[in-house]
Design a protein around this ligand. Sequence first.
Ligand SMILES: NC(=O)c1ccc[n+]([C@@H]2O[C@H](COP(=O)([O-])OP(=O)(O)OC[C@H]3O[C@@H](n4cnc5c(N)ncnc54)[C@H](O)[C@@H]3O)[C@@H](O)[C@H]2O)c1
Ligand SMILES: [Zn+2]
Length: 259
Amino acid sequence: MTRPDDVTPLPLAETARLLVLTGAGISAESGLATFRGGGGLWEAEPVEEVATPAAFARDPARVWRFYSQRRAAANAVRPNAAHFALAEAERRMGERFLLVTQNVDGLHAAAGSERLVELHGSLWRARCSRCGRPPFPDRRYPVEPPLPSCDRCAADGRGVAYLRPAVVWFGEPLDAGDQYRVTGFLSRGRLEHAPLLFLAVGTSGTVYPAAAYVRYAAELGATTWLANLERPDNAWAFDHVVEGAATQVVPRLLGLDGF
Ligand SMILES: NC(=O)c1ccc[n+]([C@@H]2O[C@H](COP(=O)([O-])OP(=O)(O)OC[C@H]3O[C@@H](n4cnc5c(N)ncnc54)[C@H](O)[C@@H]3O)[C@@H](O)[C@H]2O)c1
Ligand SMILES: [Zn+2]
């Protein structure tokens, strides 16, 4: 275990590839509640009432109220030094870098990250609850009926189909294309015999398949780091664990302290 003051930068030599996985902890210092723990998001609203397809079918207005609150909370905060350091690392490393987040708050994109996989979707997109049109940008704050509905379904004579937040709810599958980008990035490093590095930041490691990425990366020969405020259950799976706040640890690990 390493303390933040003892952190040395990752060996990001010329050919090294870096996959970064972030969770709710990286946005905590921006002011957004994490998943578990004191003041955790799910304490106020039971998950089954607001973040499942069944909940949306039962009471779409309640689900939209919850997500409108989350949109308002995310809109009120700014990316922090950890988000900005990751965006800068991407600018320096180009295609040798990939950022995968479980967060839906949009802060990585706001910090300038572009090589970004939003595994659990984004608060800032909506999709139709009925037809298969792709998700699209949406920054409204619905709280009561009439809720936003799909203009394509209406035009096709399919009646009123509510729009829903384009986030992955409990019990829903992840996008196969997103997962392929992650596994493809890791296996290409192996093909090229490039040093592979894996860094997880601010994630409790309990939500799959993201929690399995560290093992997959290790099987492909990656050296693995975890930067987290406290030691999570799956800390044993990492070669290096740094206990500390993301804004302190991430810039140091990336060799960007005070850039
Ligand atoms: N900001 C968001 O978008 C957001 C917020 C809450 C939950 N979620 C969703 O909830 C699920 C939760 O899984 P998870 O693993 O991302 O979150 P989690 O809440 O389960 O774990 C967060 C981890 O971050 C650590 N942490 C807290 N503050 C930190 C800091 N300043 N620096 C470093 N680490 C810190 C905690 O110790 C904890 O282990 C995800 O699927 C995610 O989609 C997203
Ligand atoms: Zn539709």
